[in-house]
Design a protein around this ligand. Structure first.
Ligand SMILES: *Cc1c(COP(=O)(O)O)cnc(C)c1O
Length: 426
């Protein structure tokens, strides 16, 4: 809505702007279909000549209001919701890549995204080179090929908690004429807005902090509107040459800053259909209204927990960028001065077996696949989310066999620490 409001106000106010007499709270438009007076009106919608709703697989007012809020929070030009974070990352890449293309991707990313890019995209003819995000610029530049179409990374990686040097990655992408896509799930726009640091496209698994209550799987894509597709027209024919499935429109010419999202909606949503239900978008919006409050508490609690763990004799190491001696502390201070997130990684003495024993003794912290919601939870990637990876791949992704991913919730910090203390002694 109003770009001048501060981010806390946007969490509450953006997206849904009721007119006189309309519901104050975002309504759930639980309707697949929308009615028109004459055939010509409907025809224009199908030709992308007019704006409006006709079928929820393409667009729905509830979903759009929530997408508009997330777009506003990220400072983007256009955005869309998807049914999951996986769909968001898939669409974000597939919208500008096709068989024969290549992407460069940080190797410190979510396991699901690693499989998507490393295995599934490969079957569709899109190759991915995984790089160590901490490598110097010159080394990273060697990963590029003439057919490279995008660079992908996570602001705070799940689960290794590596903080991305966003400016380095933006320069790397732009020097090679391609956009930087950043998955900002863990930082959330409250703590980091990658577009301000040069990212072109931001994705989210809204399933995590944005929803915040582990109620609905969802995703979002936000486009900054800043990448000049026409300046690199030969690389991105999908945006810069006529789309025969829409009577030859050229997205980059017709939709300007909205080109990328319009194409992803009009083509990918139309053909692949990873749309969220309006009910889920409604729940996501409820979560977004308290995102700024929760994020702050997650960070406060996580800082206390990290300090407790790093001082405990049975803990071998703690990776949390809020700790002054953490290798990513300086990057975190630069890109996320208000805090990083509630998720940390640590290892306890005794390795893999000790990790499993320790986890089984926790009472408050639950073992769940999920992370980044109101309830404190814990996971052992080597035996859960990343169990498909070989030991070598795990090592490359910075995931040691003893790595425990701990997601600090918004309970009382002392209760969380008490639980850890008793399990460490057990
Ligand atoms: C969970 C997660 C995803 C996948 O999102 P889903 O909503 O589970 O499909 C992608 N990226 C990151 C960083 C995640 O944490």
């Amino acid at each position: 809505m109003n770009g001048n409001y501060r981010i806390e106000t946007k969490c509450i106010q953006s997206g849904w702007n009721p007119k006189c007499g309309e519901p104050r709270v975002l309504p759930i438009y639980q309707s697949t279909t929308f009615k028109y007076e004459d055939s010509d009106q409907m025809g224009k919608l199908f030709d992308l000549e007019a704006e409006g709703y006709f079928y929820t697989r393409l667009q729905n007012p509830t979903n759009d209001a929530v997408a508009a809020k997330i777009t506003d929070l990220e400072g983007g030009a256009a955005g869309m919701l998807t049914s999951s974070g996986q769909a968001a990352n898939y669409y974000a890449v597939f919208n500008i890549c096709e068989a024969g293309d290549h992407i460069v991707c940080s190797n410190s990313i979510y396991g699901g995204t690693f499989n998507l890019f490393g295995t599934t995209l490969k079957k569709q003819g899109i190759e991915c080179t995984f790089v160590n995000p901490d490598s110097p610029y010159e080394e990273l530049a060697e990963a590029f090929r003439p057919n490279t179409k995008a660079v992908f990374a996570e602001t705070i990686s799940n689960p290794a908690i590596v903080i991305l040097d966003i400016e380095k990655f933006a320069k790397l992408a732009h020097d090679h004429g391609v956009p930087l896509i950043v998955d900002n799930t863990f930082a959330t726009p409250i703590n980091c807005r990658p577009i301000e640091w040069g990212a072109d496209i931001v994705t989210h698994s809204t399933t995590k902090y944005m929803d915040g209550h582990a109620m609905a799987v969802g995703g979002a894509i936000v486009d900054s509107g800043r990448f000049d597709w026409m300046a690199h027209a030969e690389k991105f024919p999908g945006l810069t040459t006529p789309d025969e499935s829409y009577h030859g429109i050229v997205y980059a010419e017709k939709f300007g800053k909205g080109a990328y999202i319009t194409k992803a909606t009009a083509q990918l949503m139309r053909d692949l259909g990873s749309i969220p239900s309006p009910m889920n978008a409604f729940l996501l919006n409820v979560g977004l209204e308290t995102l700024h409050l929760r994020t702050q508490r997650h960070c406060e609690n996580a800082q206390k927990v990290a300090e407790f763990l790093s001082g405990h004799e049975r803990v071998a190491w703690v990776n949390y960028a809020g700790l002054a001696d953490n290798p990513y502390h300086a990057l975190a201070e630069k890109y996320m001065p208000g805090g990083t997130c509630g998720v940390m990684a640590f290892g306890i003495k005794g390795g893999r077996d000790a990790a499993v024993r320790f986890m089984d003794h926790l009472k408050l912290a639950a073992i769940v696949t999920h992370v980044a919601d109101a309830r404190t939870c814990i996971l052992h990637p080597a035996s859960h989310t990343h169990r498909q990876m070989t030991e070598e791949q795990l090592a490359e992704a910075g995931i040691s066999p003893d790595l425990i991913r701990f997601s600090v919730g918004i309970e009382n910090a002392e209760d969380i620490i008490e639980d850890l203390r008793q399990a460490l002694l057990a």
